[in-house]
Ligand binder design. Structure first.
Ligand code: HXC
Length: 257
């Protein structure tokens, strides 16, 4: 697939998506968001791909939505555009998405990062919701996802002030999984991606689904959901293989069925 604002490639069982507008710090215009979603969906359907890695070329992951594109929008135009329908499709991706971020992770860029399942950040990465300084507010899930992640108090502080949150603080609040040197950001992310891609894909898939439900469901509903997925895995070949291999004291060969 040919894209204008992103690059995609495959490395073994890992699908790579790179935001490619480095001169504008990967500011997200609407076409670019559409391209990211289409690339995610394409990797999600691709039988050879087990994990997706999302990164940004240059000195920033993304400085947010393209301000030039939306500066003169009005309410009716936004309603008719319904651009967030594209963003909603990200949460339907079944395979793990690991974000590798550096530099500015601002506004819509932060929201895109929060749509990933895991985040690895380079030293010096800064996270921010600067929308308030533009007279608006986050619109692609920022107020919801951040609050569910770090709680109301910190979410309000960060979104009200627009302050830049350093990687260390983001790690402390569970926004990111790990901080690494800039030079090894991709290498370290690929290591994690590849260790996940060696696990049985159906387990990985249903774990993502179940953990995501913990955010929206009550504990009781979430437990029922988890149980169904647990039972479901017992009809997979990989469950037979995984447990048989343990009994036979050998390494399992997972097939994703
Ligand atoms: C459009 C942007 C941009 C953005 C940077 N650029 N961020 N263009 N939209 N969000 C462009 C600049 O216009 C400039 O283009 C080039 O990238 C380099 O940026 P500079 O400002 O010259 O660089 P620097 O001085 O290093 O400052 C970097 C920065 C600053 C701190 C990241 O660019 C900045 O504050 N950007 C805006 C960040 C922001 O407010 N994001 C939230 C957007 S609202 P030229 O052509 O002049 O070289 C949002 C809402 C999401 O995300 C809603 C859901 C979709």
């Amino acid at each position: 697939m040919a894209f204008e604002f992103i690059e995609t490639s495959k490395q073994s069982t890992i699908g790579l998506i790179e935001l490619n507008r480095p001169k504008q710090y990967n500011a997200l215009n609407r076409t670019m968001v559409r391209e990211i979603v289409e690339a995610l969906e394409s990797f999600d359907r691709d039988e050879d791909i087990r994990v997706i890695v999302l990164s940004g070329r240059g000195n920033a992951f993304s400085a947010g939505a393209d301000i030039d594109e939306m500066a003169y929008d009005d309410t009716v135009k936004l309603e008719l555009l319904n651009q967030f329908a594209d963003w909603d499709r990200i949460s339907l991706i079944k395979k793990p998405i690991i974000g590798a971020v550096q530099g500015f992770v601002f506004g819509g860029g932060f929201e895109l990062a929060l749509s990933c399942d895991m985040l690895i950040a380079a030293e010096g990465t800064e996270f921010s919701f600067p929308e308030v300084t533009l007279g608006v507010m986050p619109g692609a899930g920022g107020t919801q996802r951040l609050t569910k992640l770090v709680g109301r108090t910190k979410a309000l502080e960060w979104i009200w002030t627009g302050n830049r949150i350093k990687a260390k603080e983001a790690l402390q609040y569970g926004v990111i999984n790990k901080i690494v040197q800039r030079e090894v950001l991709m290498e370290e992310t690929l290591k994690i991606a590849s260790s996940i891609s060696n696990q049985p894909p159906l387990s990985i898939r249903l774990i993502k689904e179940s953990v995501s439900k913990a955010v929206d469901y009550s504990l009781y509903e979430g437990m029922q959901y988890e149980r169904k997925n647990f039972y479901l895995l017992f009809s997979s070949e990989d469950q037979k293989e995984g447990m048989q291999a343990f009994v036979e004291k050998r390494k399992p060969q997972f097939k994703g069925r």
